[in-house]
Design a protein around this ligand. Structure first.
Ligand SMILES: N[C@@H](CCC(=O)N[C@@H](CS)C(=O)NCC(=O)O)C(=O)O
Length: 206
């Protein structure tokens, strides 16, 4: 399997899941430039992910490519002998889907406008306020248990960790979110997270 990624981007989430799951996943760094998007092997990335040339994408052993981070982490979890999802059919399983969807549509996509080079200070401030509002529920839940769904790591934690790293990039202090800050520090103690950060040449944020 090969994961197409860019350091510190949302592709870090499936990268963490691959390392936590001890899966033999190779990495291919995608270069974004004005001329296009190219994989480490020189392929046109728009052809690999024709939905928009965005990462992450996973080439599986059959040669097929799976895109969308939420689908990729579930695929990886299904390939691993390490348990990283609650049992299907349980309420915890649906909580995990709820978190993955929430992180994707409310948190991950909440950060997207901040990456626009032409965003005004006013719009940036309003967007940051909105993201902090969306983080309140994660702050509350992480005060009750170690991970999002109880005290066991799941693929949803890898996604939350990845997106919450961006608070540092946009100078959003976690001082008012001590449970999220503690979660980030806990995640950074995990071997799979350490390994993925090292491979992407990223520093821990806590
Ligand atoms: N719907 C996609 C969105 C992925 C996404 O936002 N990827 C970003 C990096 S974090 C990207 O490649 N952005 C470049 C672009 O959208 O053109 C998913 O959830 O996997």
């Amino acid at each position: 399997m090969k994961l197409y990624y860019s350091p510190g981007a949302c592709s870090l989430s499936p990268h963490i899941v691959a390392r936590e799951g001890k899966l033999p996943v190779e990495l291919s760094k995608v270069t974004f430039s004005a001329e296009g998007r190219t994989t480490a092997e020189g392929e046109d990335f728009y052809k690999l992910n024709p939905k928009g040339g965005y990462i992450p994408a996973l080439r599986i052993d059959s040669g097929e490519v799976i895109a969308e981070g939420v689908a990729i982490v579930q695929y990886l979890a299904d390939q691993s002998s390490v348990s990283m999802t609650p049992e299907k059919g349980t309420i915890e399983y649906y909580r995990m889907l709820e978190w993955l969807t929430f992180i994707s549509s409310e948190l991950h996509k909440g950060f997207s406008p901040l990456y626009a080079s032409n965003i005004t200070e006013e719009a940036k401030e309003a967007q940051i306020k909105k993201i902090f509002g969306r983080m309140a529920f994660a702050e509350l839940e992480l005060g009750k248990h170690t991970y999002l769904i109880g005290d066991t790591f799941t693929i949803a934690d890898a996604y939350l960790y990845t997106i919450m790293r961006w608070t540092k990039r946009f100078e959003m202090s976690l001082a008012a979110h001590p449970n999220i800050a503690a979660f980030m520090a806990r995640m950074e103690q995990r071997d799979g997270v350490k390994e993925a950060l090292k491979e992407e040449e990223l520093d821990p944020i806590q």
